[in-house]
Structures are given as C-alpha cells and as structure tokens.
Design a protein around this ligand. Structure first.
Ligand SMILES: Cc1cc2nc3c(=O)[nH]c(=O)nc-3n(C[C@H](O)[C@H](O)[C@H](O)COP(=O)(O)OP(=O)(O)OC[C@H]3O[C@@H](n4cnc5c(N)ncnc54)[C@H](O)[C@@H]3O)c2cc1C
Length: 830
C-alpha cells in the first residue's frame, strides 16, 4: 500500500516538475531524493528495480546538467542525427519567414498562452475622421450602387462609381496623408472594405485592389523619394489606376517560378535599361489600369548593376500606354463585372528607374511582396468575407421570418434553424477574429501565420454561409435578376477562395508549415543552428535551443496529460474572466495538447512535413480554431459581456472545441509513426474524446434571439450596409420584416382560420376581407395584413424576362472568338 502511494506521489511529482520546467539539476536532485525515500524502511526497505531506475535517471540528469557533457556527448549526436531531417528552408521560404512578425500565434504554440497579450490588443477604435468616412462617403457609395446594373446591365463598374471613389479618396486609404492619401489605419480600411463588400462584391474590388498589395503600397514602403512624390498623390486621387501582376499561366501558386524575364543592357544613352518579356493573367483592374506593377525575374549578364548575373525577382511599374504593353482584354471571372484580364509584352524596354525603389531594390521583389502579404492577407479578404457572412445572416434571418410554408415562418422549422445557427456562429466568430486581427495590424504587426489562417478560414466560412443562405432562400436565391440580392456573393465565393494564395495551399502548406517554423519557440533557432557552417558555433546554438526545447516538450506532455485527465479544471484562466473562465481553461488545455502534437509532428516528420499536407492542413485547422475562439472571448469582453452574446460565445466555443478535437484526432489517427501516434493519444485524449458539438437547444436559442430581438440581429451584423429603401430589394426585406413582426398576432388568427376552413385562401378570393367580415380579425388588423401581404409578395417574387432581353448572353463561344479575333488570348498565342 505504502509502495503504491509512493508511486502515485512520484508520478504527481514528475508531472509537476515537468509542467513547471524544472532544471536538469532539479530533476537529478528530485530523483535522488525519491530513490532514497523508496529504499528507506518506511517504503520498500531495499533498492530493488524501482530504486535502481530512479538512481539511473538521477545520475543521467545529473550528467546532462553539466554543460560540457551535454554539449559534446548528447547535443552533438542529436545535431548530427537531425541535420538531415530538419526541414530545409529555401531562399524564397526564408524571405517569407523573415517577412512577417510573430504575435499571438506564438502563444498558442507555446502551450501556455498569455491571455493578457490578447487582451492588450485594442478593441475596434477609429479616429473621428475615419468614423466620419465610414458613416459618410462609404454609406453614400453603398447607396449609389445598383447591383443588377453592375453585374448584368453594364457588366462593368459604372463611371459614376469610379468618379465617386476617386473624388472621395477611396483609392488612397493606405497612402499616407503626407503623400496625398487618407492614411487610414488597417482597422478603418478593413471596416470600409467590409461595408462596401456587403453591398457589392464587384465594386469592392476597385477599392480593395489599390489599397492592398500593388503599386500604392509598394511605392509607399519601398519607393524612392521621387517615386513617392510623383506617383502617390496621383494614385490617391485616382489619376492613376493601378494593378499588380504576379500570376502567369505557368506560375500560379508557385509564383516564384515565373518565366517573366527582364535583362539589363546598356541603352543607346549609355545608361543601363531593362528589356522585358512577360505573360500574366487574372490581373484585377488590369483592363482599366494606367499603371502596371509587374513582377519579373531580372538578369544582368554584363553586371551593369553590380549585383551579379542573377539579380532576382524585381518589381517595376510601367505606364500601360508604354509601347509594347499589351493590356485591356478581359477575363470573365465567375461572370462578375469587376475588371480582370491578362497582359503581356515582348522585348519591351524600360528604364531602370522604373524599378520600385530604384536600382537599390532590384532583386528584392520577393521580400517586398512577402512583407506586404504578411499584413495584407489579414485585411482585404478577411474583411470582405466576414462582411459577406454577416450579410448572409442579415438577409437570411429576415427572409426566414417573412417566408411562410406549412403555416409557419420557415425560420421556425428545426431544419432551417440548423443553417441559421451556423450563420449566427460564423457572423459572431468571424467578426471577432477580423476585428482583433485588424487591430494587430493597426498597431504595426505583420502577423504572417495569423493572416494566412484568417484568409482561408474566413473565406471558407463565407463559402458555407453563402451556401446556407441559398438553402434557406430556396428557389428565390437561384433565379437571377434585379431583385436577387444573393447571386453576387455566390459569384464571388470562388474568387475569395482562390486569390492571395489559394485556400488549399494556404491551409495545407502555408499556415502550419510556416507557423511551426515561425511561431514555435525553439524550432527555428535549431534549424538556423543546424545550417550554420561554423561547427562549433552551430553546436553552441543548437545545444542551447535543444535543452530548452526538450524541457518545453516535456512540460507540454506533462501539462497536456494532466489537464486532459482532470478535464481542464485546473487549467489557468486569466483574471476577471468571470463567466467565460471555463472556456479560457478549455482553451489553455487544448493549447497544451496542440503544442505537444505540433512539436512531436515536426520532430518526427522533419523535412517531410511539407509533403504530409493532410496532417499539416488539420494542424492548421486546429490552430485556427484556437485562435478564433480566443478572439471570440476577447470580443465578448470588449463588447461588455452582453447577456445575449453569451449564447453566441457558448455556441462558438462548443463547436470550435469540437472542431479542434476532430482536427487533432485526424492528425493522430493518421500519424505515420506509431510511437509518436501513441504518445500523442495518451497526452491529448487519455480518457477519449471530451468535446461534443453544441446541443440543438443552444442553436435554437441563438436563432430565436436573432429572429425575435432586432437589436441582437443589428449587433451580429454590425458594420455592414443596411438599406431601408423599400425600392431596393434588401431595403424591402428590412421594411417587410418589421411589418411582419408587428402583424404576428393577426397573422396567427388568419392562419388558424385557414386551417380550420373558416376562410378560403385561393387566387381570386379576398380572404383578408372575408376574415374581417367574419370578425376573425379587426378592421385595423385586416389593413395590417393587407400591407404585409403586398410586401411579402414582393419579397418572395423572382424576376422573369422576355427571352429577347436575354439573347446577348446566348452568343456562342465560337462567335465571340470570331468577333474578337483571339480565343484564348495571351502571349502564348502570339
Ligand atoms: C478573379 C481573380 C483575380 C486575381 N487577381 C490577381 C491579381 O490582381 N494579381 C495577380 O498577380 N494574381 C491574381 N490572381 C491570381 C491568383 O492569385 C491565383 O489564381 C492563385 O495564386 C492560384 O493560382 P492558379 O489559379 O494558377 O492555381 P494553381 O496554382 O494552378 O493551383 C491549383 C490548385 O492547386 C493547389 N496547390 C497548388 N500548389 C500547391 C501546393 N504546393 N500544395 C497544396 N496545394 C497546392 C491550389 O491551392 C489550387 O487549389 C487572381 C485570380 C483570380 C481568379
């Protein structure tokens, strides 16, 4: 019995020492004391097997505590072993890794997140000027947009919209005031982009592109003074329309392998010049652009720039009317109207001065792009995708309340409640993560890993939100026309999924592979040490990192096991967590499990991690769930812990933790190394799977809040554009919703009367008049019902057309090719 107690105490002691990262000498001393206690008369009375093992480990740890022994006999061997297995970092990967900053992602990788770091991120704060712009010109722009006119009638962004955005400075939001722009924060840009996106995913592209990766941002950050003074005010005023061309037919996701080439030669005036040949496609704003930002690989065979023959990826800006620039033809991306098309050129000569940043920045293009992308990926697409999800909730909650079938609003049926509950969760959680991430960028962070996960998560969730909205609307969503307010979002879903790093690549390669290298506390230091050609220094650096790494791994193994066995009861929560303390504890528990599994994954797979994309994709999902849930808790606090929001927090937390568990389970079940698989399972799920999806009643409560409490619906869909104009299809929804809610009681009376056969509701019959005559509803209730009836008829109506009016859309592909002279168009066809 005493021996059993000793073993339990020993296990507890080992877990505690592991969790609190006891130093090596502490382990040696602790195990020696344990051995002495074991062999004492009170416990076992002799050394025995347990005592021998304890002494063995105590001596082992004691030896490791002596730096010389550890460095020369352990670290040196491990370094030799892992040199071949640690992931290799290529030049372009190195630049991507160096580009971003590490932020709260590192806390999640640590296994012991410091919540105060997230709490220190500002809530949504705008300057009075930014607020006025959001409430003024941005609202006005949204009012001006007629979706059908844009998407169908003109299939073009109308000139009046271009004029409005140019004259109000929308194109220069990221350009500093000093250079004529608005100099808005990332948070303000995110909100402005989101509001426009909620009105028209087409129109938002003409604001989004000049305010993201492209000539404006690149010149602001890297341009010469001359370039800044000349171009930035012109870009801010819209005198120049920029586009940025990286992608080509043979280089999509693998953009660094572009075949676009510039060759330096001595021009007729004796100065170096560049001869360019390129072939780009999918370039947004290309057909309208006056200034082409072009990425190409620069070679300098005569070394005129003094940077060697292979200078590297370089970015230049070229006026689109420059001789030889072929631009203006259009693609039809998902049938949308925003300008997008190819451009190409053969042996086009440009001066070296047109390189952004001048000669000094020749060859630095990839670094420039990666630096801008590390922050930019956190703004444009997360903002527009989040706005898209909120818009889908706003429209669908109204429609589901207005549309009746089987005598009930469809939103009251459990089957429809399910997608509505998903929309509520997405709207709340995506906005929480969008706001926190934009605030991080506003304070100067370039969170490469967070921006990657935000890009793919928000656009994937938006894809689901659009599908849910379509399902809830039934045929009303499918038939296109001026009254269809969902088609534009549906058309733009694949665009958001594909641009700025297609989602499959971003999920399965970029987020975790980059995250493991950047956000892991020791891995990057070990790789750098392993790559150091100076053997002695490499060993010193590796030894320091390895000692900390082993203690870190052991801490997460012990901490993960302990918190998982005790259900997270003892996992830490920050001060003043109040009613969400349990969710913080669960997050801390999961973070431990994640850190351990991530660590063991990298240690076991090394360089082959890049090809194990199903595993790294699931790890990216697990990390994303932790990040988004942490942001949900932050939003709840920032918003003042509103009691109604607690339902949304619980919904997001339960589903988020369940998805986290399933992602991690997928990693473990499929892990190729059996010993690691078992260790992961024992640490992460010692008692099986603890989390379940949110129960049905919680989803029901969330949907009820949205359908019955207008202020809650407003809060869930905040910052999007809301029309109240009954002539606008979305305004009609809002107006009708109010009237439908007000007429709930008379509506019930009418339904009852129809069901019991007291009145007949058929075409050609005045059933409301009949109900009034029979005293089923009062005169004023009857009038109310007539108004609701008329408005509802308009809400549920879909457009139909004279076939002749649709004719131009039926022209055949061959007639189009014949007419335009080029079928497949770009340089390859020349
Ligand atoms: C509407 C639209 C607008 C655009 N605007 C611009 C613009 O303004 N400027 C610009 O330069 N580019 C632009 N692009 C290009 C866009 O960035 C690319 O389409 C994108 O990078 C993907 O390249 P791709 O389409 O050639 O797909 P591919 O690279 O052929 O990829 C096909 C699929 O394979 C996956 N994949 C590829 N490699 C890997 C990997 N290693 N691991 C896992 N999965 C992988 C991808 O995720 C994708 O799902 C635009 C594209 C579209 C459609």
């Amino acid at each position: 019995m005493v021996e059993l107690l000793f073993c339990v105490a020993l296990l507890a002691g080992i877990i505690a020492m592991g969790m609190y990262k006891a130093p090596l000498w502490g382990w040696a001393a602790g195990l020696a004391v344990a051995a002495l206690v074991w062999q004492s008369e009170t416990v076992h009375g002799q050394v025995g097997l347990v005592g021998a093992l304890l002494w063995l480990f105590a001596i082992g740890f004691g030896a490791l505590a002596i730096p010389g022994i550890r460095r020369n006999h352990v670290s040196a061997r491990v370094l030799g072993l892992v040199k071949g297995t640690l992931p290799k970092v290529s030049d372009t990967e190195q630049q991507a890794l160096d580009a971003g900053t590490v932020g709260f992602d590192a806390e999640l990788f640590s296994g012991t997140p410091d919540w105060d770091k997230l709490r220190a991120v500002a809530p949504v704060v705008l300057t009075p000027e930014e607020r006025a712009f959001l409430d003024g010109p941005t609202e006005e722009l949204c009012r001006l947009i007629e979706d059908w006119q844009v998407r169908h009638a003109e299939r073009e962004i109308p000139e009046k919209i271009w004029d409005f955005v140019k004259s109000n400075g929308f194109l220069g939001m990221l350009i500093s005031k000093e250079h004529g722009g608005l100099g808005f924060s990332a948070q303000a840009q995110s909100l402005i982009i989101g509001k426009i996106a909620s009105r028209s995913p087409d129109v938002v592209t003409i604001v989004m592109v000049p305010n993201s990766l492209g000539p404006g941002e690149l010149i602001e950050k890297y341009g010469t003074e001359q370039q800044k003074h000349y171009f930035l005010p012109r870009l801010a005023r819209g005198d120049e329309i920029p586009c940025f061309a990286l992608t080509g037919p043979t280089s999509g996701s693998d953009a660094a392998t572009m075949r676009d080439i510039g060759t330096v030669f001595r021009g007729p005036d004796g100065k170096p010049a560049i001869r360019l040949s390129w072939d780009k496609r999918y370039i947004t704003l290309g057909p309208k652009a006056t200034l082409l930002g072009l990425a190409f690989r620069l070679f300098d065979p005569e070394n005129l720039l003094g940077k060697g023959e292979n200078v590297g990826i370089t970015v230049a800006m070229i006026p689109t009317n420059h001789p030889g620039v072929q631009i203006g033809r259009r693609h039809l991306p998902s049938g949308a109207a925003f300008p997008n098309g190819p451009n190409w050129g053969r042996n086009v000569v440009i001066p070296v001065d047109w390189i952004i940043g001048g000669e000094a920045m020749a060859g630095h293009g990839w670094r420039m792009l990666m630096e801008c992308l590390a922050a930019g990926r956190a703004i444009s697409l997360p903002s527009s995708a989040t706005a898209g999800a909120k818009t889908m909730l706003r429209f669908s909650s109204a429609y589901a309340r207005i549309r009746r079938q089987f005598g009930l609003p469809v939103g009251r049926m459990e089957g429809v409640e399910e997608p509505l509950a998903r929309l509520v969760e997405t709207a709340y959680a995506s906005e929480a993560a969008r706001a926190a991430t934009a605030s991080m960028v506003s304070r100067g962070e370039r969170p490469a890993v967070i921006s990657a996960l935000m890009k793919y998560q928000t656009t994937e969730r938006m894809r689901q939100a659009v599908n849910d909205a379509f399902d809830i609307h039934g045929g009303r969503a499918i038939c296109d026309g001026p009254s269809n307010y969902l088609q534009s979002a549906y058309q733009m879903v694949p665009v958001g999924i594909t641009v700025e790093g297609a989602n499959i690549l971003t999920r399965s390669l970029i987020t975790f592979a980059q995250g493991a290298l950047r956000s892991h506390p020791y891995l990057y230091a070990e790789i750098k040490a392993a790559q150091n050609p100076d053997r002695e220094r490499a060993l010193d650096e590796f030894d320091a990192a390895l000692a900390d790494h082993v203690s870190f791994s052991f801490a997460n193994a012990c901490g993960g096991f302990f918190h998982n066995v005790t259900g997270g009861w003892f996992a830490p929560a920050p001060n003043k967590a109040f009613d969400t303390a349990n969710w913080y504890s669960q997050l801390a528990r999961c973070s431990r499990s994640f850190a351990f599994v991530a660590d063991l994954t990298v240690a076991s797979l090394g360089g082959s991690l890049k090809t194990k994309q199903k595993l790294s994709g699931r790890l990216a999902d697990a990390l994303s769930e932790l990040y988004i849930l942490a942001c949900v808790l932050k939003r709840y606090e920032d918003d003042g812990r509103l009691s109604s929001d607690r339902t949304f927090v619980d919904l997001a937390a339960q589903n988020g933790l369940y998805r986290f568990q399933e992602a991690l389970r997928g990693v473990i079940d499929n892990f190729p190394v059996a010993s690691a698989r078992w260790a992961m399972r024992i640490v992460a799920f010692p008692l099986g799977m603890p989390y379940r999806p949110a129960p049905d009643w919680l989803g029901h409560r969330a949907v009820k809040l949205v359908l019955d409490a207008p202020e809650v619906r407003d809060r869930l869909t905040r910052y999007i554009y809301v029309s109240h104009d009954v002539e606008d299809p979305t305004g009609l929804l809002e107006v009708t919703l109010k009237k439908v809610v007000a007429a709930e009681e008379p509506e019930k009376k009418l339904e009852r009367a129809v069901r019991t056969g007291q009145i007949r509701r058929y075409h050609g019959v005045d059933w409301i008049g009949e109900a009034m005559e029979k005293g089923i509803v009062t005169e004023s209730e009857g009038q109310q019902l007539r108004e609701v009836e008329a408005l509802t008829a308009r809400v549920i109506a879909v457009d139909n057309f004279d076939p002749a009016a649709l004719k131009p859309n039926y022209r055949t592909a061959s007639s189009l090719r014949g007419q335009n002279g080029r079928g497949y168009g770009t340089a390859a066809a020349e």
